[in-house]
Design a binder for this molecule. Structure first.
Ligand code: ACO
Length: 372
């Protein structure tokens, strides 16, 4: 049997045309992330990941219209939220449940025909934004907000969240964040999605599984915890002692390190610049300064570089977004990548079934309960 690679480090588990990380360069279907971050609308990226090419005008228009149409949820979903919004349900937990619930209203949920699969993909991509935003409102006793036809995906997310038209600058920044988080080769949640559907299970099941994986603090859940850390460090003078203590206790510092990138995450520079701008605009530059000092110290002390989650935290915080919505926002964007990988898995499937190296006891004999 092959040797164990803990955490599957270095193991090639799939072929993909969706995205690649080669020598710390991230590309989506051959387009450099720098190019896309500076020029693309999130809807174009969705199309790119699903079709391996950018859409023409008519295709983009059609995708946008369908996304808008499907953003409206069945009223029973809002009522469903009302039932559990009274407790202390984390939005990622609510999202995991509600993605599963919306499958109940999709009459084609089990239909394997290819045209239906793509339609289901658009449906899920549209509804995931409405699930996150409406849960955020319903738990505060507010009414959900219907999407606005004049806004793009990024704009509609902010509009449905707050019930007020976002500014152009906010839409541009949020669009960029969505583009930067859309896909990332075979990360834990994407691998989870591919595993789930490799049994030929349905797309909703793949997304539910992926949401569950993303939720963890070593993956998408890190961004929320970055903000908790920043709120514990009250001033720039406390950074050294705070980080030294964590390092001494062998605690993980959230927002640092990466399995694949060892010389830097190509997405982080955009989020850092966005963080610098938006914290300055909102009078919270101190948060940015503390973040930079933490990043410098982590590099110097541990050789660890800030990943995508580190500066995204201050960007969303400065947009007045609640901290427990940071990971759900990541999920909204990453759904596009999960779906791309699910579609790819369906096209060339073999069930995922690795082996385990057994290290437990052997040669035991059943003992009657009174003898144990
Ligand atoms: N803080 C402190 N030490 C760390 C950190 C960190 N953030 N990251 C790695 N290390 C340490 C490890 O403990 C390990 O130390 P050791 O050799 O003494 O045991 C060493 O650095 C090497 O770690 P890796 O093997 O490179 O880490 P791995 O690939 O297993 O894990 C991960 C990568 C999960 C991202 C890790 O760096 C981590 O836990 N980071 C914090 C959580 C985080 O920010 N997650 C978001 C990742 S990006 C994303 O999902 C979008």
């Amino acid at each position: 049997m092959a040797e164990l690679q803990k955490g599957l480090e270095g193991v090639i588990a799939a072929e993909t045309k969706v995205s690649s990380i080669i020598d710390s360069q991230l590309t989506y279907a051959g387009y450099d992330i720098d190019d896309l971050a500076q020029n693309a609308e999130f809807e174009e990226v969705i199309f790119l990941l699903w079709h391996y090419r950018l859409p023409n005008e008519a295709e983009l228009k059609e995708l946008k219209e369908k996304l808008f149409e499907y953003m409206t949820l069945n009223p029973r979903v809002y009522n469903h939220f009302k039932e559990y919004a009274t407790g202390n349900v984390h939005p990622m937990t609510a999202l995991r449940t509600s993605v599963s619930y919306i499958a109940h209203f999709d009459e084609h949920a089990e239909d394997e025909e290819e045209s239906q699969t793509l339609e289901r993909a658009i449906r899920i991509q549209a509804k995931i934004a409405s699930l996150v935003t409406s849960y955020a409102r319903v738990r505060e006793g507010k009414e959900a907000v219907k999407p606005n036809k004049d806004l793009n995906y990024a704009g509609n997310f902010l509009y449905m969240l707050r019930g007020e038209l976002p500014t152009d600058i906010e839409v541009e920044a949020f669009n960029k964040a969505l583009v930067l988080h859309a896909d990332h080769e075979l990360n834990a949640s994407t691998f989870t999605a591919r595993c789930a559907v490799s049994s030929l299970s349905d797309m909703y099941s793949g997304i539910v599984a992926a949401v569950g994986s993303l939720k963890g603090p070593l993956h998408g859940g890190a961004n929320e915890r970055v903000m908790s850390m920043l709120s514990e460090v009250k001033s720039i003078d406390e950074v050294d002692a705070y980080i030294d203590e964590k390092i001494k206790n062998k605690e993980k510092i959230m927002g640092f390190g990466h399995r694949v990138y060892k010389d830097g995450d190509p997405r982080a520079k955009y989020l850092k610049e966005m963080s610098r701008k938006i914290t300055a605009e909102t009078g919270q530059s101190q948060l940015f300064d503390i973040s930079v000092k933490i990043a410098d110290k982590m590099k110097a002390e541990k050789g660890l570089i800030a990943n995508v989650d580190f500066f995204s935290a201050t960007v969303y915080h400065s947009m007045n977004i609640e901290h427990d919505l940071f990971t759900p926002i990541f999920a909204v964007s990453r759904t596009s990548g999960w779906i791309a990988h699910i579609l790819e898995q369906y096209r060339d499937n073999r069930i995922m079934r690795p082996r385990a190296h057994y290290i437990g006891e052997t040669d035991r004999t059943y003992e009657p309960i009174e003898k144990r």
